[in-house]
Design a protein around this ligand. Structure first.
Ligand SMILES: [Ca+2]
Ligand SMILES: [Ca+2]
Length: 281
């Protein structure tokens, strides 16, 4: 009898931990993104992998779609952590893709925190939540959340600021105390890696996807993807930067967009091909 009930407890525990794990990794369940009130912040590290350049172009593609015409978003570049190596300057691409709706945290991190903080505070005061797609490390997020807590001590950041991360490497390249702070002070979600297909989030790294020109109709988006691929070819693997093999093969890698898709409720997109089928216009 005793061993039987122990077995049942063990089975129930396994089932429970599996369920919890599934919720934590497969979907963001705590809350849904509210397009009327919430803000999407997309934070690109751009160090040293060039894939953030493709992510920026993919984000520009997404926000150009009529489904997201009401989306409030802001992009930040240079939100890297403690990794060594050279930056991939994305400024021309950011300007072309987002106009003035982006912030340069590489040039001056303190000023960038102040600027993004003001954008975030407006949203929080109007009862919106903030969703951060961590296309890199969480060091910038830690500084941002601390600044918000100082200015708005009554805001519960654990409930109102949601952070989504897809990459073990990004977590390991965040300073440990900043990662710990972000995990304890925000609604932190780790989802399966966007570099792989079939793991529960979109897989947006494809060395064989060389024909994006056939699948992007909008001339502005063509220009954005053209600049994105030109810049990524210019910097990929150069001067000690990471050599992204999908990019050197002529393909695409916007793996960091998997977090944005999870936040916006379109995490069912399978891969690069399906992304362009839906949003390439
Ligand atoms: Ca990145
Ligand atoms: Ca990648």
């Amino acid at each position: 009898m005793k061993s039987k009930s122990l077995l049942i407890v063990a089975m129930a525990t396994t089932l429970l931990s599996f369920t919890t794990h599934s919720i934590n990794t497969m979907k963001i369940k705590s809350k849904d993104f509210n397009i009327k009130k919430d803000l999407l912040l997309v934070q690109l590290d751009c160090k040293t992998d060039v894939d953030d350049l493709h992510t920026a172009a993919a984000l520009a593609t997404l926000v150009a779609d009529s489904d997201f015409s009401k989306l409030k978003y802001h992009a930040v570049a240079g939100t890297y952590g403690i990794q060594e190596g050279l930056y991939v300057p994305p400024n021309d691409l950011m300007q072309l893709s987002f106009g003035n709706n982006w912030t340069d945290a590489h040039k001056n991190r303190d000023l960038a925190v102040q600027k993004v903080k003001d954008i975030v505070k407006k949203i929080l005061r109007r009862k919106g939540d903030v969703w951060i797609a961590e296309a890199g490390q969480s060091d910038f997020t830690a500084e941002l959340v601390k600044a918000i807590q100082q200015d708005l001590p009554k805001i519960n950041t654990l409930q109102r600021i949601h952070v989504v991360q897809h990459s073990d490497w990004n977590e390991k390249s965040t300073s440990p105390k900043d990662l710990d702070f972000v995990k304890k002070n925000t609604d932190y979600w780790k989802i399966p890696d966007g570099n792989a297909v079939g793991n529960g989030t979109p897989g947006f790294r494809d060395a064989d996807y060389t024909n994006w020109k056939d699948n992007v109709g909008n001339p502005k988006l063509k220009e954005i993807w053209g600049l994105s691929t030109d810049l990524s070819n210019q910097y990929n693997g150069k001067d000690g930067r990471y050599n992204n093999h999908a990019v050197s093969a002529g393909g695409l890698d916007f793996s960091d967009l998997s977090e944005v898709c999870s936040i916006l409720g379109i995490g069912d997109i399978k891969d690069v091909g399906e992304f362009f089928d839906r949003y390439g216009n």
